[in-house]
Write a protein that binds this ligand. Structure first.
Ligand code: RP5
Length: 162
């Protein structure tokens, strides 16, 4: 098994249905990755340990996903120099607006690259991770190019019935 270069971290097992979309994209592109639950509020010391050791373990990008008071991506970003991509989980109470605002509104100096709420954000976080990695990986760049071309073809092939 290749050493993971992307870490998908989520605040709860209940986030997995959303974050599986990130996992599926990274699988499709053959990017070695890991995924686990770590909560900024329920397990803060474990988040610190993960963030502070991630770079030394060979990770290049972290995807942090949480819902509600979604501080996980920000807390990860505060404790690593690796790029952190944030996915706001669609919460039941506020449909993810709470998650979006608490993920995206970082203080200047500690960036989190925040994606859309829910599954679109999870998928795009992985695609953005692939694009970042593709800057220094020509084979991955070719795969991304093919992915885009295939996507365009499938959009243009749509036949609507009247
Ligand atoms: C957040 O609280 C998690 O990221 C999850 O989206 C939300 C609810 O968690 P559970 O109560 O389902 O464990 O920390």
């Amino acid at each position: 098994m290749a050493k993971p270069i992307v870490g998908i971290i989520m605040g709860s097992a209940s986030d997995w249905d959303t974050m599986r979309e990130s996992h599926k994209i990274l699988e499709e592109f053959g990017v070695a990755h890991e995924y686990r639950v770590l909560s900024a509020h329920r397990a803060p010391a474990a988040v610190t340990e993960y963030a502070t050791k991630a770079g030394k373990r060979g990770l290049k990008i972290i995807i942090g996903a949480a819902g509600g008071a979604a501080h996980l991506a920000g807390v990860l970003a505060a404790q690593t120099l690796l790029p952190v991509l944030g996915v706001p989980i669609e919460s039941q109470a506020l449909k993810g607006m709470d998650s979006l605002l608490s993920t995206v509104q970082m203080p200047a100096g500690i960036p989190v690259g925040t994606l859309a709420i829910g599954k679109a954000g999870a998928k795009n976080a992985a695609l953005l991770a692939v694009a970042i990695l593709a800057l220094s990986d020509a084979a991955l760049r070719d795969k991304l190019q093919l992915y885009r071309e295939t996507q365009t073809k499938s959009v243009l092939a749509v036949k609507l019935e009247g």
